[in-house]
Design a protein around this ligand. Structure first.
Ligand SMILES: [Zn+2]
Length: 263
């Protein structure tokens, strides 16, 4: 899928989690619902850091470009080192390491650890990165015509303001994890969710996605998972634009209504 569909599906998934959390007695304060949805929308672009023309790889100028090169090489190296007898040879790392459940969990756990042990600047950095990505993903071409610097400024000011809102008592910096020192431990959850939703979205497209790695399936360790071929579509096709994206918006709306106890 393309950026906007990934971001919308990510946000919708977090709003759905919000509804489930409300139903099970862990209702999210509204700032957690909003910030979580934005983080998930941004995190849902992150696995494509292994592809140089992806939104995330150009979102932070030379920094993300350099990181993209490293991630692509690392992914390719891990692919070669762990390839099963049934896996084909390949030339690059796209849609391998960063498109797995294990990567999602490691990135999310890393973000949670950074948020808990790194203090306020770590929280602000996590928010900034994901807000910039959310703007790029959700506004797409509109964000591209404006300058990168404006998007960064928007991300930085929003991160600052939203952290201030979350910090107020009852607003959710301690949502779900309420022990002393566990503020913002939940920040990893929307990051894990966003990456997984991205993988599922890619699995629906023609090439599939090796979500299960390193768990082997038969002779393959990097089996590209997905539904039967007839149910798959090309990235950016009408199915994505005319059916999936409106569906994500409706589902997100229903999720938000459930999360805020309107239904
Ligand atoms: Zn992808």
């Amino acid at each position: 899928m393309m950026g906007p569909a990934h971001s919308l599906s990510g946000a919708a998934a977090w709003l759905g989690v919000g509804a489930a959390a409300a139903a099970t007695g862990y209702a999210m304060p509204w700032p957690v619902l909003v910030v979580g949805a934005l983080i998930t929308a941004g995190a849902a672009l992150a696995p494509d850091l292994d592809h140089k023309s992806a939104t995330i790889s150009r979102a932070f100028g030379p920094v993300s470009k350099a990181l993209c090169g490293i991630v692509d090489d690392l992914s390719h190296a891990v692919y070669k080192a762990t390839r099963g007898p049934g896996d084909p040879r390949r030339n690059g790392g796209h849609r391998t390491l960063t498109h797995t459940w294990l990567w999602a969990v490691l990135i999310g756990a890393g973000a949670s650890a950074a948020a808990v042990f790194g203090g306020r600047w770590a929280v602000l950095t996590i928010l900034f990165v994901h807000l910039v990505l959310a703007v790029e993903g959700l506004l797409w071409r509109a964000a591209r015509v404006s300058s990168d610097v404006l998007v960064w400024l928007l991300g930085a000011t929003s991160a600052w303001i939203l952290a201030g809102v979350l910090d107020k008592p009852g607003n959710g910096s301690d949502w779900l994890f309420t022990g002393p020192g566990q503020e913002y431990l939940w920040l990893g959850l929307p990051i894990i969710l966003g990456a997984l939703v991205h993988d599922i979205g890619d699995a629906l497209t023609v090439s599939g996605c090796p979500i299960l790695w390193p768990i082997p399936l038969g002779r393959k360790r990097w089996a590209p998972l997905g539904p039967p071929k007839a149910m798959r579509f090309r990235a950016g096709s009408w199915v994505e634009l005319k059916i999936l994206m409106p569906a994500f918006m409706v589902l997100g709306g229903v999720g938000a209504a459930g999360a805020l106890n309107f239904i």
